[in-house]
Design a protein around this ligand. Structure first.
Ligand SMILES: O=C(O)C(=O)C[C@]1(C(=O)O)C=C[C@@H](O)C=C1
Length: 311
């Protein structure tokens, strides 16, 4: 396998592939569909691919746990880019199928909550079974295993199907966020509209442990974008926290927060700093008073002068 390729959740025709193709660098890479998110990530860990691309969050269903768990566990990987893709489903069927013929439907588990209301209204008796991806569901419809698959309308031609109904989405403006991950390396360059991702493990179970962690961000004026708790698998009640914070690790307020976490938490995994999709530099609010790089530098210089007796 070529180490310059990008792997993604396949087969051909997934939303993941559509999102990956919006990255300019995807045009110059071999794109390799894989059977699962872990398989896509393992190819990177094994040095068989330069990057793996996967959904990490959906605006209706929340975190995509297969991807989050790949990043919180196993050999460390880092995020280098993110992509937002609006999601609207089509019901793909074999040519000639009418809505009244559809008794069984399939799609990715993350697709189901996005079409649940539509199913209740239009196919209340149809049985749902999950597929490895939406495009894999389309493949299974072609093979006759199910009557309909929820997938992107663009996948229809690949599988010899037709979109019986299009524009299906219970929540208008549903969006999925995807990430490009690679082996650990230098983070993406700072753009001024960046995000930093981390996984943090808490120490002893004691009152205020989570608050202590959050305070490392708050006192330095670092805004959190999201926080997800995931079980570590080490026993009931054992959780780690996957956190996205505004800013780049090259910024003093972010790097100081990371050092604070490193001092108080048993384990911190840095998942990278990378440009925020859909956020322009002009939309980024300026650092809170006293938390800009210049403020940190001035304070450090003042401290050095004080320590040397030069103040
Ligand atoms: O890429 C696809 O088509 C998928 O099947 C994956 C996935 C996901 O994992 O969230 C991608 C986007 C949709 O929101 C539903 C499913």
């Amino acid at each position: 396998m070529s180490a310059t390729r990008y792997t993604y959740l396949g087969p051909e025709g997934t939303f993941t592939e559509a999102a990956l193709r919006t990255l300019p660098e995807a045009a110059t890479r071999e794109l390799a569909p894989m059977v699962s998110v872990p398989a896509a990530f393992d190819a990177v860990r094994a040095g068989e691919a330069a990057g793996a691309f996967a959904a990490i969050e959906n605006s209706v269903e929340g975190g995509v746990t297969a991807t989050i768990d790949e990043l919180t566990g196993g050999e460390p990987l880092m995020i280098y880019r993110e992509v937002l893709l609006p999601i609207t489903f089509a019901l793909l069927v074999r040519p000639g199928t009418a809505l009244s013929d559809v008794r069984t439907v399939t799609g990715h588990p993350v697709a189901q909550p996005q079409v649940r209301g539509w199913l209740r209204g239009h196919l209340p008796d149809a049985a749902w079974e999950s597929a490895a991806s939406n495009a894999d569901g389309a493949r299974l419809v072609r093979e006759g295993k199910y009557d309909g698959a929820f997938a992107g309308a663009f996948a229809a031609a690949t599988y010899g199907l037709e979109p019986l109904v299009t524009e299906i989405h219970d929540a208008a403006n549903a969006v999925t966020r995807f990430v490009l991950v690679g082996r650990p390396g230098r983070p993406a360059a700072r753009t001024g509209a960046d995000k930093t991702s981390l996984v943090i493990w808490l120490g002893e179970d004691q009152p205020g442990a989570l608050l202590d962690l959050l305070q490392e961000f708050a006192v330095r004026g670092v805004n959190l974008i999201q926080i997800q708790s995931r079980p570590t698998g080490e026993g009931m009640g054992k959780y780690c926290f996957a956190i996205d914070a505004e800013g780049h690790v090259a910024e003093r307020r972010v790097s100081e927060a990371l050092m604070g976490l490193r001092r108080i938490c048993p384990q911190v995994r840095f998942l990278g700093s990378y440009p925020r999709a859909g956020v322009a530099q002009a939309d980024v609010r300026p650092p809170r008073a006293g938390t800009s790089d210049a403020d940190f530098i001035e304070a450090a210089e003042w401290l050095a002068r004080s320590q040397d007796g030069r103040s």
